[in-house]
Design a protein around this ligand. Structure first.
Ligand code: ADP
Ligand code: MG
Length: 695
């Protein structure tokens, strides 16, 4: 199948397939159920399941699975075959409505943060009919939500769906006030995915990459990204072939992979799909990450999704482009052509500004992992301070509204909301500040702090909920206004006045910004434990529970899981370092020293006059540094043994004690790498890894 339009979605049980394969009344009932989020009648489910099974078998599927996103951040699946024995000892292929709609799953090995007592180890998965079923590796995958028997969310998808419902409700309240006839609003996301590709042969020689996804040792190569010759550079044929296959695999699953290019760092690339409804975008991004790994492996390469695989080289993020659209085709973050459209746009814009200023810690928390801590705040990724970029044009407009001034460029008119049109805001003008974590890019916001390996669900759950909360507040005021126009103007002006401290159009990488942000009273939560220490604050609990996105119990569970994850990640890294240093690095160094020593004695034996300065000096530095590395590894072991407590206390210990001990060890080992000869050094170097895909 070479025709792209034929290929696209060929493995998806899409709307078109449903219409074609289902009896008309079944199709209509299913559509209604999807639209209104009602329970599916078992008789209807049986018909749908049967049609799905026949379709899947025609496409070569033998198994089915409920596909879900537990709180580990990766997807989970448990395959079951369609076969079912019949009386004469043969098998028939079966798939019932019950199996489609609800699955039971032994949830005890998935993180639950204490939500699921052991006597109640089972959870269940329920079909999210708003996401299409698809076939992957000969398996029919049913996208599902994953809950405990008590109804607590054990996954990333359930809260995301709840937050979308909530956003829909509050946005519709506002739209109604503007006379819109929209009946549904959905948030939309287009996540740009960054990743590294290296040759498998180098990957296999790095235990740190294998166990932790990042390099724990390694000196900067002679050539890094300083020439910036990789960015948008010509794509190597081998990478090109990989991208072509990746595109095809994405297209089959209905993922509209669109742009692919080289990124700033050597070996770094990016893939961006065309945006879609948020929960579908989340499913698609999970599948994309899986495909990246699989297809790379087929091409003899390894795809690194870690946020910071190489120190001193740009890390990888996932730019979460977010907006909201009505079922009547209006993008709520697109400045319009009429005064009324513009007033509506400004109100939604204000809701986002206020949301970021009111809940910066939630945004920071939604991207907080041990891995992403290496990225945020380094001088290449957005800082940990949650500020917004709106661009010069829009910035001036907001400023003039705030001060009641004339907006100079616009016919010298005083900006009166709902009366005057906004000047066109050129899209190109808005996207050039790459240092802001949260940038308005003409018709959407681009949240850039998210890490490359993370699920996009949590970030969007937070975004949807915090903006919905502001819309709720706005709707409460405006619905009761005597004079709508006047109240609207006051509300927009007041919001800008009170919250524009969060707008920053300058260079976010600049050190002075940290100081200025502090003066503005903005939070700077540098690490995951710092960020999470604010998660259970009263205002956050109130927010999530009043919007029915998380119960307090669910929040507590998420808090524990996140901290546990942080601790485990660093612990694995520390253990890996110890193993590499004791089993590979120090023995290699010792062998090199032995070579140097024997070289010296052989030379001296032959001639007393032979100079051995290189060997002697190297031997001296090498053995001194080796002593320091040995002391550092013992210190790290001792530090790990000293870990006590649990939850936030333990996480803080890892941050304050373990990470510095790891740092110290790394410094010594990286020095050893510069002195030791290439033959003895047991690991591929940064240069060998970053330039391993050569043609
Ligand atoms: P850049 O690299 O300049 O940020 P890209 O074209 O690589 O731009 O990525 C932009 C992303 O934003 C794409 O995934 C695109 O589909 C997405 N996008 C565009 N419009 C919207 C929207 N209204 N809502 C959500 N995402 C959008
Ligand atoms: Mg972008």
């Amino acid at each position: 199948m070479s025709n792209t339009s034929e290929l696209f979605g060929s493995m998806v049980f899409s709307n078109a397939v449903m219409r074609e394969r289902l009896p008309k009344d079944t199709y209509q009932t299913l559509q209604k159920t999807i639209k209104h989020g009602k329970h599916l009648d078992i008789n209807i489910a049986n018909v749908v399941a049967n049609a799905m099974k026949d379709w899947a078998i025609e496409k070569g599927a033998t198994h089915f699975t409920h596909w879900f996103q537990p709180m580990t951040g990766v997807t989970a699946e448990k395959h079951e075959s369609f076969i079912s024995p019949n009386e004469d000892g043969r098998v028939i292929m079966e798939f019932s409505g019950k199996e489609l709609v609800k699955g039971e799953s032994d949830a005890s090995s998935f993180p639950s943060g204490g939500l699921r007592a052991t006597f109640e180890a089972r959870g269940y998965t329920a079909w999210d009919a708003t996401s299409y079923a698809f076939i992957k590796d000969k398996t029919l995958c049913i996208p599902t939500a994953f809950c405990s028997y008590g109804g607590d969310a054990l996954d990333e998808k359930t809260p995301l769906l709840r937050s979308m419902e909530d956003f829909n409700r509050e946005a519709l309240r506002i739209l109604k006030l503007f006379g819109s006839d929209a009946t549904s609003v959905k948030t939309t996301v287009g996540p740009e995915q960054e990743y590294f590709l290296i040759d498998k042969s180098v990957y296999e020689k790095r235990p740190d990459l294998i166990y932790t996804g990042r390099t724990l040792f390694g000196r900067k190569p002679p050539k890094g990204q300083e020439l910036e010759d990789h960015y948008y550079g010509t794509i190597k044929p081998r990478v090109k072939a990989f991208m072509e296959e990746l595109d095809e695999e994405c297209w089959k699953l209905g993922i509209s992979a669109k742009t692919e290019h080289n990124e700033v760092a050597p070996a770094q690339h990016e893939l961006a799909p065309i945006f879609t409804t948020t929960n579908i975008a989340a499913d698609h991004n999970q599948l994309t990450m899986e495909l990246l790994k699989k297809v790379a492996s087929k091409h003899g390469m390894f795809c690194i999704l870690h946020e910071k695989p190489f120190e001193g080289v740009n890390g990888s993020g996932k730019h979460n482009n977010w907006s909201a659209a009505t079922n009547t085709g209006v993008n709520l973050l697109e400045p319009g052509d009429t005064p009324s459209e513009n007033a509506q746009f400004l109100l939604f814009l204000c809701a986002v500004i206020k949301a970021v200023d009111d809940y910066p810690e939630l945004l920071r928390i939604s991207v907080a992992t041990a891995a992403n801590d290496h990225r945020l705040g380094a001088s290449e990724a957005p800082p940990a301070i949650m500020s917004m970029f709106v661009g010069e044009e829009l910035g001036e407009i907001l400023e003039s509204i705030k001060n009641g001034n004339e907006y100079a460029v616009h016919e010298k008119k005083q900006m009166k909301i709902g009366v005057h049109t906004l000047p066109r805001i050129p899209k190109d003008n808005t996207d050039r500040n790459r240092t802001s974590p949260f940038a308005f890019t003409g018709n959407k916001f681009e949240f850039r702090a998210l890490g490359s390996s993370a699920s996009i669900s949590e970030v969007n759950t937070v975004l949807n909920t915090i903006v919905a909360e502001e819309l709720r507040q706005f709707a409460d005021i405006l619905e009761n206004a005597d004079n709508f126009e006047k109240e609207l103007h006051n509300l927009i002006r007041k919001t800008i006045k009170e919250h524009d401290r969060v707008i920053f159009n300058g260079n976010g990488y600049d050190e002075s910004w940290e100081k200025e942000a502090k003066e503005r009273g903005l939070l700077n939560l540098k690490t995951t434990p710092d960020a999470y220490s604010k998660y259970l604050d009263k205002k956050n609990v109130e927010l999530f529970s009043s919007h029915n996105v998380f119960t307090l119990a669910e929040m507590k569970a998420r808090y524990e899981i996140a901290l546990e994850n942080y601790i485990k990640t660093i612990n694995i890294e520390a253990e890996t370092m110890i193993e590499m240093v004791r089993k590979q690095i120090l023995p290699a160094v010792s062998a090199f020293e032995e070579d140097l020593a024997s070289s010296i004695s052989i030379k001296k034996e032959v001639s007393e006059k032979a100079s051995c300065r290189f060997e002697e000096e190297t031997l001296e530095t090498e053995s001194k540094t080796a002593d320091k590395a040995y002391a550092a590894v013992k210190n790290l072991e001792k530090t790990l043994k000293g870990a006590k407590g649990e939850s936030i206390e333990l996480a803080m210990y890892y941050k304050d004690k373990v990470i510095p001990a790891m740092r110290k060890l790394r410094n010594e080992v990286d020095t050893l790498e510069t002195i030791t000869d290439a033959e003895h050094w047991p690991l591929p170097t940064y240069g060998e890894m970053l330039f391993s895909v050569k043609y």
